[in-house]
Write a protein that binds this ligand. Structure first.
Ligand code: NAD
Length: 388
């Protein structure tokens, strides 16, 4: 097959390919899984800032190509861009008819890169949150429309079976009119202290983590966020030189198409003990007039305990490597979400009918919520109306 897909990849961190031994992230495993399952050639053009990232990326991609046995299908090259999208675009030269961009860099940089790649008419997938400011998301929305170039946001929970089940059950009316939803979502201290030390101050735990369950409610109910009140604490991280909230709790009011108002409570933090049995603790509950749905998202029933390590709760549903014939394959909702984007681009089926992939119209809701959450935090937990 001569047809090949060119993927412009911005970012080479934890989520792209992992940084520690035998960790591979999600984005690179998804691209290679797509190539393997569809016997499709892919060239990855990687925007890179320094030699250390180049070395890490090279190690991971060669290891993954071997594990998945896709040496013949995958090529890659680097463009040194010093963190600048302008430099990247000036150096990028391609006549490939089939291309897609994936942006996975710190939250506060999503906008500037997305804007430049969109202007070059590259269809995009941006990791969540789309942008930190609502106006920036609106600019991307207008740009995408004017240039007829799609932009999606990688909200992988839309592909989680628990939440797909919840959406279907809710839409069938099984739990009646929604009354309230609640979630506690935490991550270990090592995330802000070690993994994201360079940029933890430039986002907050609600924009980085809580946003997932804001999009989840939008996905399940199609409701519209109306107003928000949020509180936060700065006690632990600030003592370690990182000026960001340890935890944020918010109360978010939604309105359904038939004008029913319901509440969503999200409690999130990134100061969970490093001894936790998983990287994230998370759950989701939706209660209505006729019933409730409870999704336990951390303890999915699979644990491992060995002489070397304490008990670990395994999430077999997110991004996992499994033996597959004589090699390996990655499976899970993390993989499905990215493969789905790639397939949409190839088939040019970039329609708003596909409700699982979060398109730019859908992403405006979660961006409006995180933007107004920040306002409420700055104004003593005042209720802030969300204007869309
Ligand atoms: N880690 C996860 O599990 C996860 C999951 C879903 C989404 N995300 C999102 O993915 C994004 C990246 O997260 P990560 O965990 O990979 O972070 P990371 O800090 O490990 O990696 C960030 C990457 O961005 C690059 N970068 C920094 N400044 C840049 C610039 N100016 N221009 C171009 N590249 C630049 C860095 O070199 C690095 O490769 C974040 O928005 C995060 O919210 C992360």
């Amino acid at each position: 097959m001569n047809r090949y897909l060119e993927i412009i990849l911005i970012g080479t961190g934890f989520y792209v390919c992992g940084k520690e031994k035998e960790t591979y992230g999600t984005i690179l495993p998804a691209i290679l899984t797509f190539a393997k399952l569809n016997n499709f050639k892919v060239k990855i053009v990687v925007g890179i800032n320094n030699k250390k990232s180049e070395k890490n990326f090279n190690e991971k991609i060669y290891e993954l190509k071997r594990l998945l046995a896709v040496e013949d299908l995958i090529k890659h090259e680097f463009i040194y861009c010093e963190g600048s999208p302008v430099t990247f675009i000036n150096k990028y030269n391609s006549d490939s008819e089939l291309k897609a961009g994936i942006i996975s860099i710190p939250d506060h940089l999503h906008f500037v890169w997305a804007e430049h790649l969109l202007k070059s008419k590259i269809p995009l997938l941006v990791v969540k949150p789309l942008t930190l400011n609502f106006n920036d998301s609106l600019k991307l929305f207008n740009l995408s429309k004017t240039l007829s170039t799609p932009i999606y946001v990688e909200f992988h929970k839309r592909f989680d079976r628990q939440l797909k089940y919840t959406k279907d059950a809710f839409q069938k009316g099984l739990i009646g009119d929604p009354l309230y939803a609640f979630t506690e979502y935490t991550q270990k201290k090592e995330v802000p202290l070690r993994n994201f030390e360079a940029w933890a101050e430039l986002t907050n735990i609600f924009s980085y983590l809580g946003v997932h369950y804001v999009d989840t409610i939008r996905y399940i109910t199609n409701a519209i966020p109306k107003r928000i009140s949020a509180s936060g604490q700065k006690k632990f991280l600030i003592k370690h030189g990182i000026d960001t909230y340890d935890s944020i709790q918010c109360n978010l009011e939604w309105e359904t198409a038939n004008k029913r108002i319901f509440n969503q409570i999200i409690i999130c933090s990134w100061i969970e003990s490093n001894k936790s049995s998983s990287m994230s603790k998370q759950d989701f509950h939706l209660v209505g007039t006729n019933g409730r749905i409870d999704c336990e998202q951390k303890d999915r029933g699979l644990k491992i305990l060995t002489d070397k390590n304490a008990t670990e709760d395994i999430n077999p549903d997110f991004t996992r490597i499994y033996a597959h014939n004589d090699s390996h394959i990655f499976e899970g909702y993390g993989i499905d979400s990215i493969v789905h984007f790639i397939k949409n681009i190839i088939s040019k089926e970039q329609s708003s009918k596909d409700k699982r992939l979060c398109n730019i119209n859908e992403a405006l809701f979660s961006t409006a919520v995180i933007y107004n959450c920040r306002k409420s935090l700055e104004h003593n937990s005042e209720w802030i109306d969300i204007d869309l």
